[in-house]
Design a protein around this ligand. Sequence first.
Ligand code: PLP
Length: 372
Amino acid sequence: MLPSDLTTLFDDHQPHTLLTPGPTPIHPDATRAFLRPMLGHMDREVFALNRAIQTDLQTMYGTAEGAFTALLAGTGSLGMEAGFANLVERGDEVLVCANGSFGRRMAEMAARYGARVRLVTAPLGEAIDPQEVAAHLDGVQMVAVVHGETSTGVLNPVPAIAELVRHSGALLTVDAVTTAGMEPFHAEAWGVDYAYTGAQKCLSAPPGLAPIMVSERAFSRFSARRTQTPSWYTDFEGLRAYWSDHTYHHTVPVNLHFAFHAALRAALTEGLEARALRVRRMGQAIFAALSPLGFSHYVKREADRLPTVLALRLPEGLDDAGLRSRLRDRNISITGGLGPTAGLIWRLGLMGEAARPQPYRIFLGALEDLLG
Ligand code: PLP
């Protein structure tokens, strides 16, 4: 017998209002697809499904047909790691734009794979200045930037950075974890060589998959490596063997593929532009409801604001942790700041199925009630 509190934990499936900046509520189509009868990872139906996922990912990332897309069996961080593992060799110069926690994670990973890391930074809550990138490009093999810095709610100017990197010969790696599938992303037109996200973010699929995109140029750079990649699991050649040549590499999580495919289909059926518009409308409506209570934008410049993560400075005297805990008692989850912004901001998720009026009505109603 389980102790009674654990019984409650496992049996009591209360509806939950999940408004964190990831994971997001799972799309109902994905929940249904997840429950399909299991198939083997080498089954012909799974290969057909994988092919459909690859094509849809090309649409989501805005790539050319020659770009390689696939799912890694892990979260967004594995997508990040795979880029450095495959595209960096010991001693390479890698310029990392680091204006928040995830930019710093990129820098740490690049260093672990032997890169000599140069940092371009910006004050917290501000976007990277593309001219700063331009000033440090000399001799660089890769530039890495987080498109949407979840930790602060900042949108970095990837198109402007890409325009500068394009002429330097360096590869461009973009963390698209809070953007791809919800915000405009045009890998081919911008000149992005490697991008990744996490299934649980803008697509509202279960966590555990990292959709990646590798440009033809990046794949050629990988094929010309002087040494093998130190990562067996994410080796692009092994992934291509499975995804393109249907050769066994590792057992992919087939039921997650089912769910992911359904969620990605739903996103593309809604349309990427419609989704971007939905996020903006939701963000404006939520801000209009919260600003009379004393909340203000943490990111000062409007152009620097990431639409999918609304970062709000808390009103003076608000009991951050206490209030979030009382919201959680009512089955509502939101997220506070991270590191230096802890206690200073709230981060409201507007990715995928979180960006809907109904859950925000529940949250705003409860907040009003608690602030009394
Ligand atoms: N990059 C960004 C911008 C993120 O927001 C996150 C997670 O929140 C990650 C990377 C890491 O993703 P995961 O937690 O899925 O490993």
